[in-house]
Design a protein around this ligand. Sequence first.
Ligand code: AMP
Ligand code: MN
Ligand code: MN
Ligand code: MN
Length: 290
Amino acid sequence: MLIDLHSHTKASDGQLTARELVERAANRQVDILAITDHDTVDGLAEARQTIIEKDLKLTLINGIEITTNWLNHEIHVVGVNINPQHPALIDLIELQKEKRESRAIEMGRRLEKAKIPGVYEAAKVLAGEGAITRAHFARHLVEIGVAPTFPKVFDKYLSRGNTGYVPHNWVDIDKAIAVIHQAGGQAILAHPNHYNLSNKWMRRLFTEFKQFNGDAMEVAMGQQSPQMRLQLAMWSNEYDLLASQGSDFHFVGRWRDLGKALHLPEIAKPIWSDWPSYQLLAEQQEEILQ
Ligand code: AMP
Ligand code: MN
Ligand code: MN
Ligand code: MN
């Protein structure tokens, strides 16, 4: 059983359309896929439509990845099995969208001051109808050659403390968890080891995430050392959080792919262990969409 609970489409900073994404997942024998775009659920309808039209053997989980504020850190919270039409969720998405838009404009201003004009406009074209993210800025900045790679462009221009970085004011993490619950979903702390936190701060994050009624944390990711995976599994047990897994797929690359290298260590308790049955879940979700 191949399960991938973290992926992106063109609705945010993924490079495949929702249609292409589910086709790829089915071709790669993924059984269960969650689409979790940054602060939007816009890819879900097209994905579900494609699955029905092409009769794909794939269960789609409605998801989202919400960028949140925790003690001034930007922390990502994945919601799975959400009702994408829940009013509280729709309100939150609307707020985040406004924040993304005004941040993007300000990023453009700051880069322009640093003699790199037109970046907001170009990022906007790359984002199209989708949620605008720093990844769109990064793609353009790499295209015009100001830095050779994504990580370098983040290091030089887009991460905290650099020219194009704008201090954030995302929704608070406890509020995001509460909204995911209101929408009927489970809240997963995404990629805990990607925030540059010391172990002490990481432990504080696990403690507070649990206190805020968070359900799970990501343990298995596509590219990760076995030691890190085991460490995350042990933390998930210690903090009484369920374990999730996901590729965080954005585009077809050399190392990362849908469903690739995803499995949980024995000691971890999977988030899907008390899901009713995958098929039943899919049917419930189709009813919600109708
Ligand atoms: P945003 O949510 O607009 O702040 O954009 C964050 C997105 O940029 C992430 O979801 C990644 O896709 C991408 N990203 C962030 N940091 C890096 C990095 N150091 N290298 C490559 N991509 C990154
Ligand atoms: Mn992204
Ligand atoms: Mn993320
Ligand atoms: Mn992601």
